[in-house]
Design a protein around this ligand. Structure first.
Ligand code: TRP
Length: 461
């Protein structure tokens, strides 16, 4: 391990050319499978409205305040996460052990990417299926059957997982996201327009009002357990890409004058809108098909939307485009998941960038094999807490490591770092600043800690 006498790497120079570039990069990281694939299915598994409300509260009371703190850490630390935290801790006269916060993030990123890539592989696999017209005129049961037979072939899943991992590592090795940043600028709006088209279809053809009720009423509040609250909280962190250093790494390239809080606000609002629109597009279709179940789990997106594409004019075109864009959204997110680990290996002098990319890519790929098998051969192989490999990778990261990372960031910025420096680096003042600071110091860490404890009790008893 690095010891304290080892020189810290040089500070990153600001490289985002404008505020817009940072917003785009952060949005590219935030908007991904979490919004389009995960949010709808965990909402379905946890009963709808009450879960959505808790999720929105978690975004407001923990997600946004901690996200501001995390970007600030990057902006002030001007290094990859492990070193940024270490530098700031030393400067503030605190223990260098704070770097373990960065290390926790590196591990979380690797573990998330291992299964994220498997799911992104599903989206890639749906491209040729869509293009071939496999879903034209199909109903819920037919779509479920196609999805089931897709999952039943581990070798095929592995192939797509490998392809996605190669795509991710290629960008990471080529040196961050310049090319992709350009692409995001244009593709993210297209993805959003496509979601709106789907929404239009869902309103016209699906059970739209039933879906609205499902997502925004409390008919089903009884389904909300300590575990669901923990899942909602974990997802607030997951969907904003916070708690593990990804957004910190991006923040380290911010010019000193860039407005942190306003930028975070914009990204968080966009991210939340994408998730809600995805939910409003998917559930009307689910409720209109008697053989689709909102609580069917990780396959929800992949069985429900093809039914919609199969029934709309030019559905082959829209469907192919949609899964292409979901893949791109996943791609821009996956890069941010592995960037802290790559940067740490490079900055500590352990490897060159391409070596770091290859080593970490192989590592994530290998761990991901367990997730590939979790949908077939190892489906019933339960590890800790009744979770299979995929479920455990997801649970440990989203519902344990990210909230833990978030608490630590809130404590560090809220209690240990110089209040003056924080105030100077932020673009909010007056009551808004005081509100943020109070929430960050007292509300976010306590809320997250309480939910974490209750949730874990719920899961393991
Ligand atoms: N936020 C992304 C999504 O919703 C996933 C993601 C990218 C992420 N980078 C992250 C999650 C860092 C947690 C931490 O799909």
């Amino acid at each position: 391990m690095t010891n304290s006498t080892l020189p810290l790497p040089p500070r990153n120079a600001p490289t985002w050319s404008s505020r817009l570039t940072f917003i785009l990069a952060a949005t590219g990281s935030a908007v991904g499978l979490g919004n389009i694939w995960k949010f709808p299915y965990i909402t379905g598994e946890n009963g709808g409205g009450a879960f959505v409300l808790v999720y929105l509260l978690c975004i407001l009371l923990a997600g946004i305040p901690v996200m501001i703190a995390e970007v600030l850490l990057g902006k002030q630390g001007r290094s990859s996460p492990v070193f940024a935290v270490q530098r700031l801790a030393l400067e503030a006269g605190r223990s260098r052990h704070w770097r373990w916060l960065g290390a926790l993030g590196v591990v979380a990123g690797v573990l998330i990417l291992s299964y994220y890539s498997v799911i992104a592989g599903w989206a890639l696999a749906y491209l040729p299926k869509m293009l071939a017209g496999d879903f034209v005129g199909i109903a819920g049961d037919g779509s479920s059957a196609i999805f089931k037979s897709h999952l039943a072939r581990p070798a095929v899943l592995l192939g797509w997982h490998s392809l996605f991992m190669v795509m991710t590592m290629a960008v990471v090795i080529a040196g961050v996201t310049r090319g992709l940043g350009r692409a995001v600028e244009f593709l993210m709006p297209v993805l959003f327009v496509l979601l709106l088209i789907l929404l239009g279809f869902a309103i016209a053809e699906g059970e739209f009002m039933q879906a609205v009720r499902y997502l925004f009423s409390f008919d089903n509040a009884a389904a909300l357990t300590g575990k669901s609250v923990l899942i909602a909280l974990g997802h607030a962190f997951f969907t904003l890409s916070i708690g593990m250093g990804a957004i910190m790494a991006y923040g380290s390239y911010m010019p000193p004058a860039a407005p942190v809080a306003r930028t975070v606000w914009v990204v968080a609002v966009m991210d939340t809108c994408v998730a809600l629109v995805a939910g409003l597009a998917i559930f009307p279709i689910v409720f209109a098909s008697p053989d689709l179940d909102p609580a069917s789990g990780p396959g929800l997106l992949f069985v429900s939307l093809p039914v919609a594409f199969g029934g709309m004019p030019a559905g082959v075109l829209f469907g192919t485009l949609f899964f292409a864009l979901v893949s791109v959204a996943a791609w821009t997110s996956s890069i941010s998941l592995i960037e802290p680990a790559v940067a740490w290996l490079v900055d500590s002098g352990r490897a060159r960038r391409w070596q770091a990319g290859v080593i970490l890519g192989v590592l994530c790929w290998a761990i991901g094999v367990g997730s590939v098998l979790s949908f077939n051969d190892w489906q019933d192989w339960h590890l800790l807490g009744g979770f299979n490999w995929f479920e455990l990778s997801d649970f440990l990261t989203a519902n344990l490591m990210l909230p833990l990372g978030g608490i630590l960031m809130a404590i560090f910025v809220g209690h240990l770092y110089s209040t003056q420096a924080v105030r100077k680096a932020l673009d909010i003042e007056g009551w808004l600043y005081r509100l943020w600071h109070f929430v960050l110091r007292w509300v976010s860490p306590v809320l997250v800690a309480v939910v974490l404890v209750y949730g874990l009790i719920g899961v393991f008893t």
